[in-house]
Unconditional design. Structure first.
Length: 181
């Protein structure tokens, strides 16, 4: 999956080093929007910080035997966000999904289209048995996404994540390959 065209507006593709400036600008432009639920964006203070994040995403390809773990979400030719697997536990066939969109790309159905494509990729290409998503309990919009695609709410991890000034519970959502249509 070097590039996956979902429809005429949305596609997924691998990260490249050429994405550095556009990726950095998207992060900076969306920083106040994203940091409510994603703490690592606070550590992006320069283009070099964004470049480091980009390199880690590119390295995931080699670490996963040539199968990418992270994708750029493209919307009408522009980088809109990212989606992929924070971790793949190969022994048990479990992948943990992570995702975000820039502030100007919200409420266009972009993430729903990308989410479905990555679930297909996880089950059909990577051969996963289970896909999980860990989402901050207060992040209602992000919690709606796995529910829409048949993930079950499987539990709550109390005070699992430090969000700037408080601990936030995380809700665990899971979907089995046998349940994916």
């Amino acid at each position: 999956m070097l590039k996956h065209i979902i429809d005429e507006e949305v596609s997924l593709r691998l990260f490249t080093e050429d994405d550095d400036e556009e990726f950095y600008n998207l992060l900076i432009d969306s920083k106040s929007h994203l940091k409510k639920w994603i703490t690592w964006v606070d550590s992006v203070e320069s283009k070099a910080d964004a470049d480091e994040s980009l390199k880690l995403r590119i390295q995931g390809l080699a670490e996963n035997c040539g199968y990418p773990m992270w994708f750029v979400i493209m919307y009408k030719g522009k980088i809109a966000g990212t989606i992929g697997f924070n971790d793949i536990e190969k022994t048990n066939g479990v992948g943990e999904l992570g995702y975000w969109l820039g502030k100007d790309f919200q409420r266009k159905g972009i993430m729903s289209r990308a989410f479905k494509a990555v679930i297909d990729y996880g089950f059909l290409e990577l051969g996963l048995n289970r896909i999980e998503a860990y989402i901050a309990a207060g992040n209602e919009r992000s919690k709606a996404l796995p529910k829409r695609f048949g993930f079950l709410e499987e539990g709550r991890i109390r005070q699992a994540e430090w969000l700037h000034d408080h601990y936030e519970d995380e809700i665990i959502y899971g979907l089995l390959a046998a349940d994916w249509k």
